[in-house]
Write a protein that binds this ligand. Structure first.
Ligand code: F6R
Length: 607
């Protein structure tokens, strides 16, 4: 997490850095800061809170200089206050940093013993002190980096600015992402190419363990204690356009409404709209020989994986397991030869998922990336890429990327099932046509969101909310609970409806809202029994179902939301919409920041 940027330009650095930081604010918004160097003077401005707070500081106290570094923070070490805001300075050296220096405590003790005085509680500050110690001792900046890099452990990226060095930046990357931009007599660094897009399209992606010396005239890349390496420049395809909110109040609201398009685009990237034929991405091209699929993901992307498991088992007849990336990477799972791991990630940068991808590869698996960001690290490291076409997602709570992941997975399951002879032509056509019917039904739900307003009002005032679902609706219950808790701070739990009686039912008391996700599918009757158990204990039932479900159970619920009829296989995509709307509207009711909820960040690049 954290967004970092560096600029060696001919123009004032601060406006360029602030624009880049705005593009990186999705990575954290606990504090922000910039530093510039003019002659022998390093100057910095910092502010706790969002970038807008730093902007106000800069308006009161402008910062000159054409060389600078900047940062937007997601706090790991030390609370989100002014003193822990980056850039951190020691002597002549200023540093902005993303990730964690894992051995910071040992290094801090060593530096303190030599008399270093620390200003912050961050792990970052040790880097500034280590480099300053070397430079004060007579080392050149390049020599200092060569000595300091081997001493650091962890997953991190950082950029360094040095007093008296207006034509120099140092940058390093280990696991956390970092892109170098080459300009016309200028050099840039950013956490991703999107941040640099208005400045340059010429990008050098640093590889793991690389560090670089940047000057306006060019960039030199090194590994370890200073061995030079060649890294090729590429032309980035990411757009420089700043996507706005249009007439919506929040990005999240806009992104919920983007879904008919996002689903249709993703569907047509997987399945040819003319012929209904699907193409299988590289690692799955030889469908018959795929021994097992292991899905690796975190958060909402993990729930997309849980849904996909039903499809891959029942439609494609493939053994499938879904793993939380953060757990998988530290286990020694036994995976078959010929297995394929699918790393699922909106950002393509989640460090847990990246590490899980690497671990899967060491376990002999081919790796497919299912990502929304084409030039992301996970996309670049995988053997093949299946892109969701949701477009940029800015709201911290994932919405359109989730339904796009579901769409891509179902398309993939259909293609695999057909290629493996597990489903015939008629079944393939039925499923493709069901998928093609999803965008219009999602649009129908979004036409009238007023139905959700009063229910959302109730949820925003609840202490605890339960979400229940069975089969394909179970992951949607999990997703509904995650959406509600992360943006309203109301405690919410998702459960498999059948699991409720094994413990969670103890939580049900008078008027505890229980959202039940239950299209009238093969699981409906059993879910109905679980709903009766909730009702019998005083729970307030909010039933999300279709017309047939409402006829069967409407009387037994406190609130019924009737969704358009849809084939059971594609229902999870449609039923994601009401749970997103409930969470979003509850956040608006409560007055929390739906786009930038507390403590969170869009791209989680720490372990
Ligand atoms: C929740 C949410 C997160 C992300 C998770 C993984 O709304 O957005 O749970 O799904 O941090 O992020 P990606 O998909 O970028 O790897």
């Amino acid at each position: 997490m954290c967004g970092i940027v560096g600029v060696l330009s001919g123009e004032p650095a601060v406006p360029l850095m602030m624009d880049a930081l705005r593009r990186l604010e999705y990575r954290g918004y606990d504090s922000a800061g910039v530093a510039t160097v003019t002659g022998d003077t390093l100057s910095r401005r910092r502010a706790p809170g969002k970038l807008s707070a730093l902007q106000e500081v800069l308006e009161r106290e402008p910062l000159k200089g054409v060389s600078g570094i900047g940062h937007t923070r997601w706090a790991t070490h030390g609370p989100p206050n002014l003193e822990n805001a980056h850039p951190h300075v020691a002597g002549r050296v200023a540093v902005v940093h993303n990730g964690i220096i894992e051995n910071h405590a040992v290094l801090r003790a060593e530096l303190k013993a030599e008399g270093a005085v620390f200003e912050s509680a961050t792990d970052t500050e040790v880097v500034a002190h280590l480099l300053d110690r070397e430079i004060s001792g007579g080392a050149t900046p390049q020599e200092a980096m060569a000595r300091v890099m081997p001493r650091l452990t962890g997953a991190f990226a950082f950029v360094v600015l040095i007093a008296g060095e207006e034509d120099l930046m140092l940058a390093a990357r280990r696991a956390s992402p970092l892109a170098i931009g080459i300009g016309d007599g200028a050099a840039y660094v950013g956490s991703d190419a999107v941040a640099l897009a208005p400045l340059t399209r010429r990008i050098v992606y640093l590889q793991d363990g690389d560090w670089a010396v940047l000057r306006r005239s060019g960039v030199s890349v090194f590994i370890g204690d200073g061995t030079p390496v060649e890294r090729t420049e590429q032309v980035s395809t990411v757009s420089a356009a700043m996507v706005g909110k249009g007439n919506f109040r929040h990005f999240m609201e806009k992104e919920i409404h983007d879904q008919p398009e996002a689903i249709a685009h993703t569907l047509h990237a997987v399945i040819d709209p003319g012929t209904g034929e699907a193409t299988l991405p590289g690692p799955l091209a030889d469908a018959a020989s795929v021994a097992k699929i292991t899905i690796l993901a975190a958060g909402t992307s993990f729930y997309a994986g849980l849904t996909a498991r039903y499809w891959l088992e029942s439609i494609a007849g493939i053994a499938c397991e879904v793993e939380l990336a953060s757990e998988f990477r530290d286990r020694k799972p036994v995976l078959p030869a010929g297995g394929v791991a699918i790393a699922v990630s909106q950002s393509g940068e989640s460090l847990d998922t990246l590490m899980a991808l690497r671990h899967a590869r060491t376990l002999g698996q081919k790796v497919l990336a299912l990502v929304n960001v084409p030039e992301s690290t996970i996309a670049r490291e995988a053997d093949g890429v299946l892109l969701t076409r949701a477009g940029p997602e800015f709201g911290v709570a994932s919405t359109k990327a989730f339904t796009a992941q579901l769409t891509a997975f179902l398309g993939l399951a259909i293609a695999l099932g057909f290629a493996r002879g597990h489903i015939d032509e008629a079944e393939k056509r039925r499923l493709v046509s069901a998928l093609e019917g999803v965008p219009s039904r999602v649009a129908a739900v979004l036409k009238d969101v007023s139905r959700y307003q009063s229910i959302a009002h109730g949820l925003s005032r609840a202490r605890d909310v339960l979400y229940l679902g069975r089969g394909l609706s179970y992951p949607i219950a999990l997703e509904g609970a995650l959406k509600l808790k992360e943006i309203t701070y109301v405690h919410a739990e998702g459960y498999a409806a059948g699991e409720m009686k094994h413990g969670p039912i103890a939580l049900i008391e008078d008027n505890v809202p229980v959202v039940i996700v239950a299209p009238s599918d093969g699981w409906f009757d059993k879910t109905a029994s679980n709903m009766a158990e909730v009702r019998a204990r005083g729970g307030r039932v909010i039933l999300l179902t279709d017309a047939a479900g409402a006829r069967a159970l409407g009387e037994a619920a406190d609130e019924v939301v009737v969704l358009p009829d849809i084939a059971p296989e594609v229902a999870p995509i449609l039923y994601s919409i009401p749970v997103q709307l409930l969470a979003y509207l509850a956040a608006v009711e409560k007055g929390t920041d739906a786009d930038q909820p507390r403590n969170l960040a869009k791209s989680v690049t720490v372990e």
